[in-house]
Design a protein around this ligand. Structure first.
Ligand SMILES: Cc1ncc(COP(=O)(O)OP(=O)(O)O)c(N)n1
Ligand SMILES: Cc1nc(C(=O)O)sc1CCOP(=O)(O)O
Ligand SMILES: [Mg+2]
Length: 593
C-alpha cells in the first residue's frame, strides 16, 4: 500500500512526447494518434497500479522503463516509458505474436512417411508450429515395420509436461498410443492442461498391416480418450476394432459405424473409407451428431500413400489451431491430402509397396531434373527459338504448333516470349508447349514471367536487366532451374555470373524490328561481352540465315549459339527455316573449334 501511494505521488505528468519517432505508425499519417496514445497510457497506468515492483520506483528524468505485459494467450506487449524534461511518453514496443500450435503425441517412423515425421511435415505445410511427444520409436520402411520400441510411460508423461506447461498448445493430435499406461498419462495431462481441441487418430494397424496398438487398449480408448475428443478419425479397420470387430463394407455400414462411435463420446466422427472395396472415389463419412456428410475425393492411383491417416488428422488439427470450424477443417485436410498424393503419385522412395508422399510438394522438381544428364547443358544454346505472340497470330498458328515445328526443324532450346498474351492463356499454352518440349528432350524457358514458369514447372526463365533480379529469381526457382539474363556490357555479364545465372543472351548484334528501341551492340560489342563473361553466351538480335555464320565465326569459346525470333516465327515454314539455321550454325561451330 505504501508503494502504491508512493507511485501515485511520484507519477510524472502524462503528456505525449513530440520527440518520439518510435511511436505507432498511425501517428505518421495523423490518424488515430490521440486514441492510440490514450489507450497505451491507460494500459501503462493499469500496469503501474497493479504491479508493486513498479510502484516503488520513481522514474528519473531521461530514464526509460520497459514494461513487458503478457496477455496470454494472445501475446506480449512491451510498453516503453520515458520521462524526459517535463515530457513523459508511453509507447508500444515490439508486440509479439503467438502462432497456431499443434502438439502431436505419436510414434516415430524411421521411414518418415507416417507418425511424428508426417505430422511435422503436414503442420509445416499448413503453416502451423508442431511440437512432438514420442510414444514409441519404430524401425520402419516402405516394406513394413521391423521393430517397435515403446517409450516408458513416465517419460511420455515428462515430455507432455515439458510442452504443455510452457508452450501454449492450441490443439493436441494423437497417433500411435501403444499402451494403456500411455493413454492414461495422456488423459491425466490433458485434464491438467486443457487445450482448445483434441484430434484422435486411433492408430492401431500400420498401412503394411503391422499391429501398432493391441486390443487391450480399446477399453481405455473408449472410456477415457474418446469422450475427450473433438474428432476421432478411424479408417475402416480401426472403426471395426472400436466396434468389436463388425464388418464394414458399404457406405451405409460406415454411417452406422460413425453413429455408434459417436455414442462413445467424441464431438465428431470421421470414418475414412479409403479401403472400401469397389469404389472409384475415396468416400469418408463425417458425422457431427446431427447430420451425416459424405465427403468424396478422387481416388489417386498410387502406392505412395503411407502416412495419409496421420497427415489427414494433423492437417485437421492444424486447421483447428488456425481457428477453423470442424467441417471446413476436415474438407481442407482432405483436399490437401488429395493434392499431395496426386503430386507424389510417381515419386520413388524405397523398394516396398508402401511409399511415402511429398507433403511439401517440392521433391519432384529435382527428381525430374536429375533424370536429365545435366541440369543445364550450354550446348543446348545452339539454336535458341524465341516465340512471339504477334507473329503466331499473323500466321494463324498456336504457340504449341509453332514450338513443335521449331523443334522438329532442330531448335535446341525454346523460350516463350509472349508479351501480349493474357496470363491464363499464357499458362495454358506454356503447359502444352512443355509437353511438346519434354517429349523431345528440349528445355523450355519462360521470358520475364517467373510466376508462369513456377506454375507450369518450366525448365527456367530468361530475364532482362529491368526484370526480376537474378538472385531473387534464383531463390524462387531453386538451384535446379535454368536462368538466362540479357547483357549488353561486361559489367552486366559479371553481375549475371555473381548472381547465379546459367547463361547470358547478348545483343542486339544487328538491328531488329522485333524489339522496339533495342540498342545494337554489333559484333564488336558481342565479342567484348563474350570475352568478359564466365558464362556461356547466346547471341541475339537481327540474326538469320544471312548472318548467323558471321556471328559464329567470331570463334569465341563461350559463344554457344544464336537466338532467333523473326527468322523462324515470321516465316511461312518454321521447321524448314529452323533446319537451315541449325545446319548453318552447326557447320560454323565445327569449323571454328
Ligand atoms: C536469349 C535472349 N536474350 C535476350 C533476350 C531479351 O530479354 P529482355 O532484355 O528481358 O527483353 P524482352 O525479351 O523481355 O523484351 C531474350 N528474350 N532472350
Ligand atoms: C528479344 C530480343 N532481345 C534482344 C536483345 O538485344 O537483348 S533483340 C531481341 C529480338 C530478337 O528478335 P529477332 O530475332 O527477330 O531480331
Ligand atoms: Mg524481359
Amino acid at each position: 500500500m505504501k508503494g502504491f501511494i508512493a507511485s501515485l505521488v511520484n507519477l510524472p505528468p502524462l503528456i505525449a512526447s513530440k520527440k518520439d519517432d518510435n511511436d505507432d505508425r498511425s501517428d505518421k499519417d495523423g490518424h488515430g494518434k490521440g486514441s492510440a496514445k490514450g489507450a497505451l497510457i491507460v494500459v501503462y497506468l493499469f500496469a503501474l497500479l497493479s504491479c508493486p515492483s513498479i510502484h516503488s520506483r520513481r522514474l528519473q528524468k531521461g530514464q526509460m522503463q520497459v514494461l513487458t505485459l503478457k496477455f496470454q494467450p494472445y501475446g506480449v506487449l512491451n510498453l516503453k516509458a520515458v520521462y524526459e524534461t517535463d515530457v513523459f511518453a508511453v509507447t508500444s514496443g515490439c508486440s509479439k505474436q503467438r502462432v497456431p500450435h499443434v502438439l502431436t503425441v505419436a510414434g516415430s517412423d524411421s521411414g518418415a512417411g507416417a507418425g511424428i515425421q508426417a505430422d511435422l511435415k503436414a503442420c509445416a505445410a499448413r503453416g502451423v508450429y508442431c511440437t512432438t511427444v514420442i510414444t514409441a520409436v519404430t524401425a520402419q520402411n516402405t516394406v513394413g515395420v521391423q521393430g517397435v520400441n515403446i517409450v516408458p510411460e513416465r517419460f511420455v508423461s515428462e515430455q507432455l509436461q515439458s510442452v504443455l506447461s510452457d508452450m501454449h498448445v492450441d490443439v493436441v493430435k494423437t497417433g500411435m498410443l501403444p499402451t494403456v499406461g500411455i493413454v492414461k498419462v495422456l488423459y491425466d495431462r490433458l485434464k491438467q492442461y486443457p487445450v482448445q481441441a483434441l484430434v484422435v487418430d486411433p492408430v492401431m494397424v500400420s498401412t503394411s498391416g503391422d499391429v501398432l496398438a493391441g486390443p487391450s487398449i480399446l477399453d481405455t480408448f473408449r472410456d477415457q480418450l474418446l469422450p475427450m475428443a473433438d474428432i476421432v478419425t478411424p479408417n475402416l479397420k480401426e472403426a471395426s476394432a472400436l466396434l468389436g470387430g463388425i464388418k464394414l463394407q458399404t457406405v451405409s455400414d460406415m454411417r452406422s459405424a460413425a453413429k455408434s462411435i459417436y455414442s462413445m463420446g467424441p464431438r465428431n466422427v470421421l470414418v475414412k473409407g479409403g479401403d472400401l472395396p469397389a469404389s472409384s472415389d475415396a468416400v469418408d463419412i463425417f458425422f457431427d451428431g446431427l447430420e451425416f456428410y459424405e465427403l468424396r475425393s478422387a481416388r489417386i492411383q498410387t502406392q505412395n500413400c503411407h502416412g495419409t491417416g496421420c497427415t489427414l488428422a494433423s492437417c485437421i488439427a492444424a486447421e483447428l489451431a488456425k481457428g477453423s470450424q470442424m467441417l471446413p477443417a476436415v474438407r481442407v485436410a482432405k483436399h490437401y491430402v488429395e493434392t499431395a498424393l496426386d503430386y507424389s503419385k510417381n515419386i520413388l522412395i524405397g523398394n516396398g509397396l508402401q511409399g511415402p508422399f511429398d507433403h511439401l510438394c517440392k521433391l519432384k522438381r529435382s527428381v525430374r531434373n536429375s533424370s536429365r544428364l545435366q541440369r543445364f547443358d550450354p550446348d543446348d544454346l545452339l539454336l535458341y527459338a524465341v516465340t512471339d505472340s504477334r507473329m503466331n497470330s499473323k500466321w494463324g498458328r498456336s504457340i504449341a504448333d509453332a514450338v513443335k515445328a521449331a523443334i522438329e526443324g532442330g531448335a535446341t532450346i525454346v523460350q516463350l516470349r509472349e508479351k501480349d498474351t493474357e496470363t491464363s492463356n499464357f499458362l495454358e499454352a506454356a503447359k502444352k508447349c512443355l509437353e511438346v518440349c519434354r517429349s523431345h528432350g528440349v528445355p523450355l524457358l519462360i521470358n520475364d514471367r517467373i510466376d508462369v514458369a513456377l506454375a507450369c514447372d518450366a525448365d527456367g526463365v530468361h530475364v532482362g536487366q529491368s526484370d526480376m533480379p537474378v538472385h531473387v529469381a534464383r531463390s524462387l526457382l531453386g538451384s535446379e532451374k535454368i536462368i538466362g539474363v540479357s547483357c549488353k556490357t561486361p559489367e552486366q555479364a559479371h553481375e549475371a555470373w555473381v548472381n547465379g545465372a546459367d547463361y547470358i543472351g547478348s545483343g542486339g548484334v544487328y538491328s531488329t524490328n522485333t524489339k522496339a528501341n533495342n540498342i545494337t551492340i554489333g559484333l564488336d560489342g558481342l565479342k567484348t561481352v563474350c570475352l568478359a563473361s564466365k558464362l556461356p553466351v547466346v547471341a541475339i538480335g537481327g540474326i538469320g540465315p544471312s548472318n548467323a555464320h558471321a556471328v559464329m565465326e567470331l570463334g569465341l569459346e563461350n559463344l554457344k549459339g544464336v537466338a532467333v525470333v523473326s527468322a523462324l516465327f515470321d516465316r511461312e515454314c518454321i521447321s524448314s527455316e529452323a533446319r537451315k539455321l541449325h545446319a548453318l550454325v552447326l557447320e560454323t561451330t565445327k569449323k571454328t573449334t
